[in-house]
Design a protein around this ligand. Structure first.
Ligand code: RIB
Ligand code: CA
Length: 299
């Protein structure tokens, strides 16, 4: 039987504990050809998200994968930080090695270079943080952006309550203007909203089951730092992006017509009923998702 195919991906990220678990899964699973990690300010400032991306690569000896620094602030607003959840180091105090090297250039430009150098639609972008870098790529390198394959985005909430405003989710609330640019881009976008990610959580037994090797041990430490109570973790938001990229059959995706709240009100960044058709994951096979996550983190 031929080896399962790998997808060429760029991971745009604001690590952050759940980002870190998602990145370890992507690197360790052998199912992704990770071209690079592009950092963005979000959970914590750009210097720390960039350094944490480098720490994850160093942990798994992936010196061949570059970290490229991205946007330090949203397109048109002041950012929001989540140090309360992810800690001042963005990793909940989990100690990881120093990055191999200083980060490269500037994410939107680097993304454009990669897309021009690759067959059209052969590179997916997995977006785990605010969409600022992607919006800048679309604005300043539109010809390259059209070459993106799938753009799978952790963000938004449809029916549930928000985690910033009453109906706004953190990645979208950080940079609503960037969300608007991405939703209107005509790209093959799939959103993975809180409606789905809130269902995917780890309990203590699951965390213990991960401890089979370097990636699994680190993921177990990171998830343990991400527990809300003694029973289960906060939602494994960002790993759901990788899981959908790898196994879309685990998710029910529907197309909804939306727009984004661009006001200065408490729900800035919220998804509204609108006129832009977007694919949104609305259901997930939780057991299947957790099994695949554990499989991809195993030694
Ligand atoms: O709302 C959850 C999202 O915001 C996740 O990507 C988390 O890492 C934070 O960035
Ligand atoms: Ca994130």
């Amino acid at each position: 039987m031929s080896a399962p195919s790998t997808r060429r991906v760029i991971i745009d990220t604001d690590p952050g504990l759940d980002d870190a678990v998602a990145i370890l899964f992507a690197l360790n699973s052998g199912r992704f050809d990770v071209l690079g990690l592009t950092s963005v300010a979000g959970n914590i400032g750009i210097d720390i998200t960039t350094k944490n991306a480098g720490r994850l690569l160093a942990l798994l000896d992936r010196e061949n994968i570059p970290v490229i620094t991205g946007a330090a602030a949203p397109l048109a607003r002041k950012g929001i930080e989540e140090a309360g959840i992810h800690g001042n180091d963005g990793l909940g105090g989990v100690v990881l090695p120093e990055p191999f090297a200083r980060p490269h250039g500037y994410a939107p430009y680097w993304m454009a270079e990669q897309l021009h150098a690759s067959h059209a639609h052969s590179v997916d972008i997995l977006a785990l943080g605010p969409l600022t870098n992607i919006a800048l790529l679309l604005r300043d390198h539109a010809d390259a952006a059209r070459r993106i394959g799938r753009l799978i985005v952790m963000g938004g909430v449809v029916h549930g309550r928000g985690n910033v405003g009453p109906h706004s989710e953190f990645n979208f609330a950080c940079d609503p203007e960037a969300v608007d640019v991405v939703l209107r881009s005509g790209l093959d976008v799939t959103l993975v909203p809180l409606d789905v990610t809130r269902k995917v959580r780890a309990n203590v037994a699951f965390v213990q089951s991960l401890r089979t090797g370097t990636a699994g041990n680190a993921a177990a430490d990171l998830i343990s730092a991400y527990f809300q109570d003694g029973l289960e973790s906060r939602p494994l938001h960002d790993p759901c992006v990788m899981l959908l990229a790898l196994a879309p059959e685990l998710f029910r995706v529907e197309t909804r017509n939306v727009s984004v709240d661009l006001s200065d009100g408490p729900d800035a960044g919220a998804l509204l009923a609108g006129t832009i058709p977007v694919k949104i994951a609305m259901e997930v096979d939780v057991a299947g998702a957790l099994n695949l996550l554990a499989e991809g983190l195993a030694a």
